[in-house]
Write a protein that binds this ligand. Structure first.
Ligand code: MSP
Length: 639
């Protein structure tokens, strides 16, 4: 086994703030990265953001800001979130980083040198949300994207094509020779079937879009967002630059962790690009399942997302990390519901783990003055702990974190059974039974100490708190030495106490959770108060006024932005900048009345100050302006 371990997450689109489905991949990658570090391997863990493409361009337009501004905003949120979730990534790559462009260009030049690019005209059914094409069969008669349930669009342009069809046999050969290269097995079979069905050449440039990496030697084209995005796995390591030390050390990746929706990109396109460029292929692509809500994939476009912030603030990052790692059979779909979360929180964290720790430490404090007795070799727990460690390591290596945790909780059940049987609370009342009491508590404390090591990859904060409670801060915490029974000499004492996970009342907490604004619909009781309503006073804080457009012109160098001068009945006209130029001509607007938010703080769009905002309905990002009935004078309040 190599001593290096390179693990990656997909890079996240910046057209949405992160939801539970997004954080899942990164939390699981963090679990594996921490586990491998504790096993002594040199780990490199990469995550980042995918900032180009039509979706991001459209989302920015909807918000009246530039794609870069939108990206910066969302990236800031990702950084904060990874910090609160105790994510230990070594690097965060952004596809707008200059170092990334260097890597993309180097990869494309190698593909071009292999004569795998050609210019051709191209038309197909395109889903803007996936940024990918679908076949007639995949979209069915209703012509809906199979992932997003949204209508696909017919898209035609002259593009550079990657000769993917050349790679069908080599890909099939790679799959055959490396049965573990796509996991779990069901996904492997799915990909092999897809490739056996035949591969068409792939369009890898766009002319209809400006927001992307310029295509080397074709300045009118930008790089197709997936070729751009996939390159992040090597550009982040310095591929193509003068400083490619990380690339030399860590490439090929040990594992790309991805959701099943993006398997084809990672198991077909990515290895084919690498083959063409003559670069080594990743060892494994693992395709995990989806978090579902209301029986559909949790996703922004379906409007059923659970945001992580409230759960983290209320229960702690570790509780959420534990739930994600334990509830889902890694590789399959699972439902996210508040009830499932709370029930697991109570049964596994508050009861099985928290209670065991508190019972054993309280008894040790009371009857042994907090002194930790040396763990004896006798009794069932040493063997149970050793078996657990073996099973746990096996499951972690096999990408079965849920089963690894299951084995730890089975050890906690053994501990519970042992305490029921030995009844240390009775032994404590009998002076003659003191040696027995010490043996029982010594065994129990040692089991908890080993547990604290095993839960570390999933619950790092809790693991540290538990070790402090056990007075084990100074003992080795790596997997080899830390899980050996009998590390303690017998002169240790317990550290600070405190409940790890206070128990909650499920029904009351369900109601509390239903009031947060990201509650999944299925969990919201019918009688839940509609608390997202605002008072009339709050509404009147927004000053809406009729404005008369006196001048309008497109902002130079922008396809979408229009600069408009509006008379708001307050003296000289005000300047507004709005993303409406693709639907409205400047001449058609002059002389018309519109509705304006008059008390907004000014903002700059492409360097031009906007002193307000006009109102428009937004249909898939296209603006439909609101015009008043009749000719109310400029400045008339709208309410
Ligand atoms: N930008 C691309 C990935 C490029 S990688 C070279 C992308 N981004 S994404 O933001 O849409 O999704 C990122 C990851 O989040 C994917 O692995 C996706 O599967 C995962 N999830 C998004 N919603 C999810 C669920 N509801 N459940 C589990 N994971 C899902 O795709």
């Amino acid at each position: 086994m190599s001593d290096t371990y390179y693990i990656t997450t997909p890079i996240y689109y910046v057209n949405d703030m992160p939801h539970v489905g997004h954080i899942y991949t990164t939390v699981m990658a963090d679990v594996f990265a921490r586990y491998q570090r504790m096993s002594g391997r040199r780990v490199y863990f990469l995550t980042g953001t995918d900032e180009h493409g039509q979706n991001v361009e459209r989302a920015a337009r909807r918000q009246g800001i530039t794609p870069q501004e939108l990206a910066d905003r969302v990236v800031g949120r990702y950084h904060e979130l990874w910090k609160t979730l105790s994510i230990t990534h070594d690097d965060f790559i952004r596809t707008t980083d200059p170092r990334h462009h260097v890597g993309v260009e180097a990869l494309i030049r190698r593909i071009a040198a292999a004569d795998d690019l050609e210019m051709a005209s191209h038309g197909g059914w395109y889903c803007a949300s996936c940024e990918g094409f679908y076949t007639e069969k995949e979209i069915g008669d209703a012509k809906l994207c199979p992932t997003h349930d949204k209508p696909v669009e017919w898209h035609e342009e002259e593009n550079l094509f990657f000769k993917l069809s050349r790679y069908q046999d080599r890909l099939l050969e790679w799959y055959r020779a490396n049965p573990g290269c796509i996991q779990p097995e069901s996904r492997y079979n799915e990909v092999v079937r897809f490739v056996e069905g035949g591969l068409k050449d792939l369009s890898v440039s766009r002319v209809s879009l400006r927001w992307g990496v310029p295509f080397p030697d074709h300045p009118d084209h930008v790089v197709y967002v997936w070729l751009d995005a996939l390159s992040n796995y090597i550009s982040a390591l310095g591929f193509g630059s003068d400083d490619a030390g990380l690339y030399d050390t860590f490439w090929p990746a040990t594992v790309h962790l991805v959701g099943k929706d993006i398997l084809r990109f990672h198991c077909v396109y990515w290895p084919a690009f690498l083959m063409s460029a003559g670069l080594p292929l990743p060892e494994t692509v693992f395709g995990h399942g989806w978090w579902m809500a209301d029986e559909k994939k949790m996703s922004k476009s379906l409007g059923n997302v659970v945001r992580p912030e409230y759960l983290i603030a209320r229960f702690g990052a570790d509780a959420l990390r534990y739930f994600l790692a334990r509830e889902m059979t890694f590789g399959q779909d699972s439902s996210f519901s508040d009830r499932a979360f709370l029930e697991r929180y109570n049964s596994d964290l508050a009861n099985a783990l928290g209670n065991a720790a508190s019972r054993v430490t309280v008894m040790t404090r009371r009857s042994l003055d907090g002194r930790v007795p040396p763990p004896p070799a006798e009794g069932p727990l040493p063997a149970a702990a050793a078996e657990t460690v073996t099973a746990y390591r096996h499951h972690m290596e096999a990408f079965e974190p849920h089963r690894a945790l299951e084995s730890v909780w089975a050890l906690l059940a053994d501990l519970d059974g042992y305490l029921q049987e030995q009844q240390p609370w009775k032994l404590a009342k009998d002076e003659a039974a003191r040696p027995r009491l010490e043996a029982v508590l010594g065994s129990a404390l040692e089991t908890l100490r080993i547990t604290s090591i095993l839960i570390e990859p999933v619950m790092p904060t809790t693991a540290a708190a538990l070790r402090t409670q056990l007075g084990a801060d100074d003992l080795p915490a790596d997997l080899d030495r830390g899980t050996a029974w009998s590390l303690r000499s017998g002169d240790g004492t317990l550290g600070d106490a405190g409940p790890l996970f206070p128990r909650v009342d499920v029904d009351t907490t369900m109601k509390e959770l239903a009031m947060r604004d990201d509650a999944p619909k299925a969990d919201t009781p019918a009688e839940a108060p509609a608390d997202d309503r605002i008072s009339i006073e709050k509404f009147f804080e927004t000053q809406l006024k009729i404005g008369l457009v006196v001048e309008a012109e497109r902002v130079p160098n922008s396809k979408k932005l229009m600069r408009i001068m509006v008379d708001l009945g307050e003296g000289p006209p005000r300047q507004l900048v709005a993303g409406i130029a693709e639907r409205y001509a400047a001449d058609d607007l002059v002389g018309r009345r519109i509705v304006v938010v008059a008390n907004l703080k000014p903002a700059k769009l492409m360097g031009v100050e906007s002193q307000g905002m006009l109102l428009a309905a937004s249909v898939d990002g296209d603006p439909y302006l609101l015009f008043p009935d009749g000719d109310p004078p400029p400045g008339t309040p709208v309410r």
